[in-house]
Design a protein around this ligand. Structure first.
Ligand code: NAD
Length: 731
């Protein structure tokens, strides 16, 4: 069955309906492009056809391009993938250009057939690039629909003509939020921004499209850039008005990307150069930059982790084969910072929530957290009064464990204390159904140990959230020694319900994410202790693509928490503990009352509103800056390698079972350099042998924490990559 259907009505209006069989959302494939092209050619060749409506047979128009198409294009090119990708993109440009010119005389620009895009709902990526090539875009007034070009968010840019068309249509300045930030909005807002032309009531969509087709004049079909003397709004790059835009945009791109994301820069270059030449040449420039981007290993890594593998994990790539375990009633024990957030995301996803704390006051306070988020949403127009009432109505804040009756999932988030946790486990299990799954949100206590308090350890699991719960996208699921498949399935189904991304790991100290974050923070402290300036430490991290440097990060999470974890870890590890030098910094900071943001004093000074004011000068009194600072590259290596090596060790030890989880988890969990695709992607880009050489050098100079894991050495010896090996295994 084809992705597009074609029909012509009695008035000579052809309708091309996009309706990919077996999918709830249209995505563009190779075959789809071919089918669309064939229908366009039919319509243009058929004298009985007066004009064309392109619409969808689904509630939405399209979700975008099937990104595998790009990979296929590359593979089809054999040893010249770039040429093959470029040719493939140019084929799409030619097709969209055929739509745009619609058979008109190239000189007089007369005699074309009107082609209108009628969008019933969401239209993203190529789902907007195709409409932008039509003569008119009408969208149904559907406030839930999103229209936009989100490619930049996965490390690409719109390469189906969308970059050039939007820049020519709106001007570089007005197009910037859509292109550089991937801003997607509801139809009415996109109409106001000038991206689409008209918004109508959903039941009027096709009738209005037909009316437009039947009344369109020759002039309606001529795109501004095809008309003589068109001047781009806001001015071309060398126009006095346009010039500052590009200076500003260049600054903005570099400020936001710290020079590590190739997509934003390539996009800006395509627009800058494209706006100086005729439209068809501009499309060719877009295709060249797009090809270059696709060939950049960073783009491949980002698409792989942020799109392909993230989706695969969300769809349950590692879910055991047991029946549906969706949650209907969840009990949340502990209504503190985490419990309150967990209650909110659960109720917001439609589950009934029992939120328990030791006092009614604490339980109510936990529920009030949801009220606060919903109120904010209302102020921004995103939440209605009914929605607020509905979500709050689902949360029963109480001290009464009997209310847990009928819960099919418990998530415990009481104090981080073995005894307290064991006690609430017993109290809850006395009430909940025998089939219920019990999860702990602990960040440091072993799940296997906690499960000892449970009468049903195979139904006991870790569901580890990150703070703030409503914002952080990752949830780490931890299997204890006895955790069974149904518990894993329940946790995964729950995470899917709250629309977050899960990774499943085995029980070990700090699980996966925290295990890798701690060495990152620790290395930042060590650098400070050696006399490296704090700005060099944090900026090196930013230049690696991390959202925040280690010192800023520890200010956010607080130094006393660091001290607490250090003490507990030391007690647990005994002689094997290797971080006494780090503790020197941490404990001294705590002694000085420099606890971080919460104390308005940490590595940074803060004003009374909590705004960072620059690094605290007092640090230099104790750890005076060295006259000769280390090279930037060395600081970068010292910050990224400890995290990467910890990820490899986690894999080697079987804590991680799947490199996809290690990579996706790293980006979503602690912002690991997204351009690299994650720690395993980073090694693949660098080459295992180079990473081993780096380890050997740093180990010799800084100690055993840089020792290359055997797995990495073996890989270097074989000349393997992680993803190459994974593909080999899958095959
Ligand atoms: P919190 O101190 O803010 O909240 C704990 C809540 O549990 C308090 O409201 C307390 O009154 C309640 N409580 C204590 N004993 C109880 C009992 N017997 N019955 C019912 N309620 C009881 O702590 P938090 O930051 O929300 O952390 C909770 C759990 O989540 C801990 O295990 C922590 O390790 C884990 N965690 C925290 C973070 C974080 O960033 N804070 C992140 C991930 C996991």
């Amino acid at each position: 069955m084809a992705d597009f259907h074609y029909s012509v009505d009695g008035d000579g209006v052809a309708t091309i309906t996009w309706d990919v069989p077996g999918k709830s959302m249209n995505v563009m494939s190779f075959d789809g492009l071919k089918a669309l092209g064939a229908h366009i050619d039919d319509a243009l060749a058929d004298e009985a056809v007066k004009g064309v409506i392109i619409t969808s047979g689904k509630p939405d128009f399209a979700g975008g391009m099937d990104l595998n198409v790009l990979a296929e294009m590359g593979k089809a090119g054999g040893d010249n993938p770039a040429q093959s990708i470029f040719d493939g993109i140019m084929d799409t440009h030619h097709l969209f250009r055929r739509i745009e010119r619609a058979g008109m005389d190239p000189k007089t620009l007369k005699g074309g057939k009107p082609i209108v895009a009628a969008l019933p709902g969401t239209a993203m990526g190529i789902g907007l690039e195709l409409p932008l090539a039509c003569h008119y875009i009408i969208a149904a007034d559907n406030p839930k629909a999103k229209i936009g070009l989100p490619e930049i968010l996965v490390g690409l840019f719109p390469g189906g003509g969308g970059t050039i068309r939007l820049a020519f249509k709106l001007g570089a300045m007005a197009a910037a939020p859509f292109l550089l930030e991937g801003k997607a909005q509801a139809p009415k807002k996109m109409k106001a921004a000038g991206v689409i032309d008209e918004v109508v009531a959903p039941d009027q969509l096709l009738a209005r499209a037909k009316e437009w087709v039947l009344n369109a004049t020759d002039a309606d079909l001529v795109k501004p850039w095809d008309a003589k003397g068109y001047k781009v709004p806001g001015g071309a790059p060398y126009h006095p008005a346009g010039f500052p835009t590009f200076v500003g945009a260049s600054v903005m791109v570099n400020a936001n990307t710290w020079g590590v994301y190739p997509a934003a820069k390539a996009l800006l270059s395509a627009v800058y150069e494209g706006l100086q030449v005729p439209f068809d040449t501009a499309l060719k420039i877009e295709a060249r930059y797009f090809t270059k981007l696709i060939m950049d290993p960073r783009s491949g890594a980002m698409v792989r982790s942020l799109f392909v593998n993230k989706q695969a994990l969300e769809k349950g790539a590692n879910r055991p084969d047991v029946p549906d375990e969706r949650v209907s009633k969840v009990g949340v024990l502990g209504a503190g910072m985490m419990g309150a957030g967990i209650a909110y995301v659960s109720a917001n996803a439609g589950m009934d929530v029992v939120l328990i704390d030791a006092s009614q006051e604490a339980a109510d306070k936990g529920k009030a957290y949801s009220t606060g988020i919903l109120d904010k949403g209302m102020k921004r127009g995103r939440v209605t009064e009914e929605k607020k009432a509905e979500v709050l109505g689902r949360i029963n804040a109480t001290t009464d464990y009997a209310a847990l009756e009928g819960c099919d999932l418990i998530i415990e988030a009481v104090f981080e204390d073995m005894g307290v946790k064991a006690e609430v486990t017993k109290k809850a299990e006395a009430v909940i159904p025998e089939t219920a799954i019990y999860a702990s949100n602990t960040s440091t206590l072993p799940i296997t140990e906690l499960a000892k308090a449970s009468a049903r350890p195979e139904q006991f699991i870790g569901i580890h959230f990150f703070s703030p719960v409503d914002k952080m996208l990752l949830v780490e699921i931890i299997k204890g020694a006895q955790t069974g498949d149904r518990a894993v399935a329940k946790a995964l189904d729950y995470v899917r319900q709250i629309r977050k991304t899960p990774i499943v790991v085995n029980d070990a100290r700090f699980f996966y994410a925290n295990r890798c974050i701690i060495p990152y923070i620790n290395e930042g402290m060590r650098l400070v202790r050696e006399g490296t300036t704090p700005a060099l430490v944090d900026n090196a991290a930013r230049l690696l693509g991390f959202p925040v440097g280690p010192l800023q990060l520890v200010d956010e999470t607080s130094l006393d928490l660091g001290a607490k974890i250090a003490k507990a870890t030391k007690a647990g590890m005994g002689d094997a503990y290797q971080d006494d030098d780090v503790d020197e910094v941490v404990f001294w900071m705590v002694e000085q009352g420099r606890l971080g943001r919460k104390a308005n004093a940490g590595f940074f000074d803060y004003d009374e509103k909590g705004k960072r004011q620059g690094y605290w000068k007092g640090l230099g009194d104790r750890f005076s800056p060295r006259n000769e600072q280390p090279e930037l590259e060395e600081v970068k290596n010292r910050l990224i390698l400890p995290q990467v090596l910890e990820a490899v060790r986690a894999l080697e030890e079987g804590v991680l079972e799947d490199i996809r989880e290690g990579d996706v988890g790293a980006i979503l969990g602690w912002g690991f350099a997204p351009w690299s695709g994650g720690p395993f992607g980073w090694i693949d880009i660098k080459g295992a042998a180079n990473v081993v050489a780096l380890c050997d050098d740093l180990e010799a100079r800084f100690g055993p924490r840089y020792k290359a894991p055997q797995m990495l050495r073996d890989m270097a010896a074989r000349g393997d990559t992680f993803y190459g090996a994974a593909a080999g295994q899958a095959a």
